[in-house]
Write a protein that binds this ligand. Structure first.
Ligand SMILES: Nc1ncnc2c1ncn2[C@@H]1O[C@H](COP(=O)(O)OP(=O)(O)OP(=O)(O)O)[C@@H](O)[C@H]1O
Ligand SMILES: [Mg+2]
Length: 427
């Protein structure tokens, strides 16, 4: 249904290698989103990386901005390292660590339902990632399952946060002066997971990332969100319907049938003031206590997708250290999947593209409007999406990567690692 621009579809053919020293040989396509196409790259020593391409004629180029964001968080646990940014042929190119499948991909593998155990383990890591990002003065603004991936090899129990094209500084790094609360902003991010305030045009801040995390968790537990599948003639009216549904449905109904902690989470995130720092330790404790009360730690496989992902016979996941018990809370695999843009696009401001280094407010995305879909940001003319919101891109499914990304279940001992990429060393 949707199609990637022909130029991007030929990336691999055009650019056989990228980078200067080292050079990376471009192999197969492993993924893609609304704004970029991701290819497997092979370094001189056989090391594998992910290479994100963006056409330099993109209406709202953002890859340079994304690179700058990565540079700010590259040493943080749960975030990929970037190795190169440059221009090649007609593309902007970003080389980064190769990761495993996204949470949305894994959700699909698991027939679009996760157990409470898996969801709570995901929750613990998402909260940590968001907290880390916020600690670096950044808000993500596009929190969704497709933007979280699991690591490879030894890092398979770690969830990594990706895709910082819409990220923005919410406070000055030195003075910590918070951006001002403004109205009349365009919906930015992915409508399915967008906060109510985002729909309402309120400038985003930390609370909006948090609310999106809440929607992700409910989505994983219940299989869908009540505002999926709404029909409207235009993107704008569709997003209006999504907003109305979010406003109308009570939190109790939204969280019906799942533990009350999820309702508490949504209530809390919606109650935050614009410049409030979310109390992440409180939220993590909320879920950790539930996790232990439910006896999640001691039973079953570590992750719902273990049986699928570990079919190659890696060590039993039960041997993996339980991340929820870890003070550092480093563990936890997640799955995730790309957002599902729907055909009815929402309107969102363009991704920030300039001025990352020139000021914390510069990445506000004041550019042209991008049509986005309900489930994932889908800019515009570049990609379309099907009814379910899944983007269909050119190129093969990232099956090759997926199948080779045998995520072992245990982050330790290190000796068992058989990763496609060197394991990341946490900061
Ligand atoms: N470093 C990586 N390693 C492995 N897979 C990756 C990597 N980066 C991205 N991917 C895969 O490619 C997909 C798209 O990447 P990304 O989100 O960066 O692109 P995008 O065009 O900005 O996406 P969006 O549609 O969310 O705007 C991800 O959902 C993920 O599945
Ligand atoms: Mg993405």
């Amino acid at each position: 249904m949707s199609k990637a621009p022909s130029k991007l579809s030929k990336v691999a053919a055009v650019s056989h290698t990228v980078g200067s020293s080292p050079k990376y040989r471009i192999s197969r396509r492993i993924g893609g989103g609304s704004f970029g196409e991701i290819y497997l790259g092979i370094g001189p020593g056989g090391e594998k990386v992910a290479v994100k391409f963006e056409s330099d004629s993109a209406k709202n180029p953002q890859l340079r901005h994304e690179y700058k964001v990565y540079r700010e968080i590259t040493s943080c646990h749960g975030f990929a390292s970037v190795h190169y940014f440059g221009k090649q042929d007609n593309y902007n190119v970003l080389v980064m660590d190769l990761m495993g499948p996204s949470l949305e991909d894994l959700f699909d593998k698991c027939h679009r339902r996760f157990s409470l155990k898996t969801v709570l383990q995901i929750a613990d890591q998402l909260l940590d990632r968001v907290d880390t990002l916020h600690g670096r003065h950044l808000i993500h603004r596009d929190i969704k399952p497709a933007n979280f991936v699991i690591g490879l090899g030894e890092q398979c129990n770690n969830v990594y946060c990706l895709d910082f094209g819409l990220s923005k500084r919410y406070r000055h790094p030195k003075t910590l002066f918070h951006i001002n609360e403004k109205g009349q902003r365009s919906l930015t991010g992915t409508p399915r997971y967008a906060s109510i305030n985002n729909h309402l045009g309120v400038e985003q801040s930390r609370r909006d990332d948090l609310e999106s995390v809440g929607y992700i968790l409910i989505y994983f537990l219940k299989g869908s969100l009540p505002w999926q599948g709404l029909k409207a003639d235009t993107a704008k009216s569709k997003y209006q319907l999504i907003l109305e549904k979010k406003q109308k449905i009570s939190i109790a109904s939204l969280c019906e049938g799942i533990p009350s902690q999820f309702a508490e989470f949504v209530t809390y995130s919606r109650s935050l003031k614009f410049d409030a720092k979310p109390d992440v330790p409180y939220l993590r404790k909320l879920f950790r206590d539930l996790y232990h009360r439910q006896g999640c730690g001691g039973v079953g496989k570590m992750w719902d997708w273990d049986a699928d992902v570990h079919s190659s016979g890696r060590g039993p996941s039960a041997l993996a250290p339980m991340p929820m018990n870890s003070t550092a809370s480093r563990g936890g695999v997640m799955d995730g999947g790309p957002l599902r843009p729907t055909t009815a696009g929402a309107v969102a401001p363009s991704r920030p593209q300039t001025g990352w280094s020139t000021g914390y407010g510069a990445a506000a995305g004041a550019g042209a409007m991008n049509v986005m879909d309900e489930g994932g940001q889908a800019p515009t003319s570049v990609f379309a999406a099907d009814e379910a919101g899944r983007k269909h891109k050119l190129g093969q499914k990232p099956a090759a990567l997926r199948s080779s990304s045998k995520t072992g279940s245990a982050p330790a001992p290190a000796a068992t690692a058989s990763s496609l990429v060197p394991p990341r060393v946490p900061e």
